[in-house]
Design a protein around this ligand. Structure first.
Ligand code: SOE
Length: 387
């Protein structure tokens, strides 16, 4: 017998769609006791028409234009926060006080101080919580985690991440409003650091352990943009690009680069890990492939014969690969939206006695601390320890 899990989702943009789609799909592909029910969608009164269309498209049973009402409702079990970043703290604290389970989009907060308060609130309330760093659940990235866990990379030396896009190059792209809040520092908290590098940091720490020290540089290429709400040219407060060097606790060295000014790059999220026994490379623009270079066998230490070494392109679609056994037959690929399905499948498994979901708020707080250290290091132009 399935147990309904009543969802109240806040925000009806890109992430609201990604999450709604995943809630609808998860039970078709993953056997779970809980069955998400799209009970209510919520957005601000000024978005009423968009909210109605959203609720109708995804089959929400009702709508709310006041989040307090949504959170008070007895028929809601889980609050899913897909609203812009500046709302995350207020919504989390209210939902935790009401004893609701919480799913929050990344980045967890505007700052680490906010993330601390939010983490304390969910832990005090003892509610199950999840932060949606969806890329961990790209099967090829999960496979990378498995390969590292099997000892196949050996001692790590280098971790190299890039996250590049190009959608803000034009000077006439405004800032603010429903579509472009990511460019408004008061709403987003930061630019590429919180929006894109937070993904890279979450993946990096998951695969290669904690980052200890960073030194960073940021740039804002376009200093003023028209603000959608005021109609006036206003200073741009976000970082358009950020690069940082990192030292991991395991002694390996990291480089991270992110920009929204990398002409031709749409969602170029890559990493490479180089170790003593092998290397791994992943590129989200080629999402089914995990590249693996095997230098030596981890069990015996025996080197691969030199004339046979080379990069392997593993097409991650076999039923033995993470998550893939739940989908189609080998060779048939899945997409971006499936990473959210995997997230909810794992979250539900956690509610049903399985492994507790990660990343939770506590884990995402760490990512936020790295982001804060990166931004502060760029300002102070010096190496900083991550708190
Ligand atoms: C920004 O363009 C964005 O939509 C991010 O906010 C998402 O987290 C990323 O996955 C895709 O790009």
């Amino acid at each position: 017998m399935s147990k309904p899990l009543n969802i109240g989702l806040i925000g009806c943009g890109f992430m609201g769609r990604a999450h709604s789609n995943a809630y609808l799909k998860v039970n078709h592909f993953f056997k779970r006791e809980h069955r998400p029910v799209l009970k209510a969608a919520c957005a601000r009164p000024q978005e009423l028409e968009k909210l109605k269309a959203f609720a109708e498209a995804w089959g929400y049973e009702s709508i709310e234009t006041d989040y307090r009402k949504l959170i008070e409702r007895k028929d809601i079990d889980l609050i899913d926060i897909c609203a812009p970043n500046f709302m995350h703290k207020e919504l989390t604290i209210a939902a935790a006080k009401a004893g609701k389970m919480i799913v929050c989009e990344k980045p967890l907060a505007m700052t680490a101080a906010e993330a601390e308060e939010m983490t304390a609130a969910v832990e005090k309330a003892g509610v199950p919580n999840m932060v949606s760093f969806n890329y961990r659940r790209v099967p090829a990235i999960s496979l990378a985690k498995q390969v590292i866990g099997e000892g196949r990379i050996g001692r790590p030396f280098h971790y190299r991440a890039t996250y590049l896009q190009d959608w803000t190059i034009a000077t006439d792209v405004p800032q603010g409003g429903m579509a472009l809040w990511r460019l408004d520092v008061k709403v987003a908290g930061s630019g590429v650091t919180g929006d894109l590098l937070a993904h890279s940091i979450d993946t990096a720490e998951w695969l290669n352990g904690p980052i200890q020290r960073v030194v960073a540089a940021t740039e804002t290429f376009i200093k003023q943009r028209m603000h959608v709400e005021t109609g006036k040219m206003e200073p741009v407060g976000i970082d358009d690009a950020c690069m940082f060097l990192a030292i991991f606790a395991n002694g390996s060295m990291g480089t991270f680069e992110s920009s929204r000014y990398a002409r031709g790059r749409k969602n170029f999220n890559t990493f490479e890990l180089n170790g003593e026994l092998g290397s791994l490379y992943f590129d989200l623009e080629d999402p089914h492939i995990l590249q693996y270079f095997k230098y030596a066998d981890p069990a015996t230490g025996k080197k691969i014969e030199s004339h046979l070494t080379g990069w392997q392109r593993i097409h991650v679609t076999n039923s033995e690969h993470p998550y893939m056994g739940k989908w189609w037959v080998p060779g048939c690929t899945i997409g971006y939206e499936h990473t959210f399905v995997h997230g909810f499948a794992d979250f539900l498994a956690g509610l049903e006695g399985g492994e507790k979901f990660q990343p939770d708020f506590r884990c995402a707080l760490r990512t936020q601390k790295v982001c804060d250290a990166v931004l502060r290091s760029a300002k102070e132009q010096r190496w900083l320890e991550v708190e």
